[in-house]
Design a protein around this ligand. Sequence first.
Ligand code: 6PG
Length: 479
Amino acid sequence: AQANIGVVGLAVMGSNLARNLASREGNTVAVFNRSYSRTELLTSEHPEAGFIASETIEDFVASLTTPRTAIIMVQAGKGTDAVISQLSALFEPGDIIVDGGNADFQDTIRREKENSAKGLNFVGAGISGGEEGALHGPSIMPGGSVEAYKTLGPILESIAAIIDGVPCVTHIGTDGAGHFVKMIHNGIEYADMQLIAEAYDLLRRVGGHSPAAIADIFAEWNTGELNSYLIEITAEILRQVDPKTDKPFIDIVLDEAGSKGTGVWTVQNSLDLGVPVGGIAEAVFARAVSAHPEQRGPVRATLTARPEIAIVGDTFQEDVRQALYASKIVAYAQGFDAIIAGAVKYGWSIDKGAIATIWRGGCIIRAQFLNRIVDAYNNDPSIPSLLVDKYFADAVATSEAAWRRVVSTAALSGVPVPGFGSSLSYFDSLASERLPAALVQGQRDYFGAHTYKRVDMPGTFHTLWSGDRSEVATEGSSH
Ligand code: 6PG
């Protein structure tokens, strides 16, 4: 046995992670893949990595020094379960199995329970950053036991992205905490992408700018408070010209967005937790709407005319930038609310500032902006919403008028802005003194005797709607 760490599953993410590990001082990396040809390809293309390659899982396990540590990088779901059961049959108490895929955190909770019953450490670790991140430095969100992190932490720290000398990895919490937080990261990623897409659409259809001109606008925005990986790559994508047709690349791509599931999971779990993540949900739904051409075409065909595009002035571009920033703040506020609610429900002790810290580099949502979230939670870890933090409250106040102009201009022009619109409504809901929820309570009480509370006295009440309409105090709950 000579390898201190092993990787199982050598598709692009696994191969790149293995190469990243091998490039760090002190690591010897064992590799295994179900079909050996892929292992051979990796070892022959990268002799410099000094991989220890095995043809069987038994040899792979034998090549690891104890406590054995293996990172599984296979497709989430059944494939992961199969590899886990192979490894757990051969591993000994104290050994560490890491699942680096985009697993459902409920699966991770189950797998951790099953493996810890055998004395094995099971760590579900969210890894973000795509192929390049895996190779040069991802952001890593490990769950699992504190004990496992003692061995695993230094290895993960050695391969993670580094920002201001701080590696983008922290022990998130026990069992499924890492995969839960990675799931929310992806939900925020969906919202971020959708908001940027809406900004592009407005600049193009209302602002009348070409993709190349919008690329320049995004590149400029990337030098300010919106500075982020997603804004940076957006500029590059919009600047791309299709070599086959010489058209803008964006115009030759079919406008039907795919997804692999983590955004949907974020919304499903937030619904269960009762956390309003409308901005994230609208991003998921926007992809779903786009993927229904059989409805889009026929609905468009029913229209005899489209609304006229509103005439906008020179300030429109800056308005869109501010609307994007305000909506982005809402998306992060909602995402962190989901993390907080998940931590309460599943019993994780999480450090919100530490999560914002490890998202500053390596991951898809990496951005300058995360520093402001770190500050917010450092100033007051118990703030009821990020929107209450002074910096964010000021930022939203500064952008508010522009945000409203953009959403109304979009509505008048017939340009869909589900992300901008829902984020603004969310903000207005939180900011309203009275909500029409009172009427909803009245309706619930009318048809189902679901009861309500009063603003002026404690207790729970019901009005005898089909009787004399007097009010009675009840034992029930109005919720
Ligand atoms: C990351 C990404 C990644 C995700 C892809 C695809 O953090 O590196 O979130 O994990 O799988 O972005 O997601 P969709 O196919 O659902 O868009």
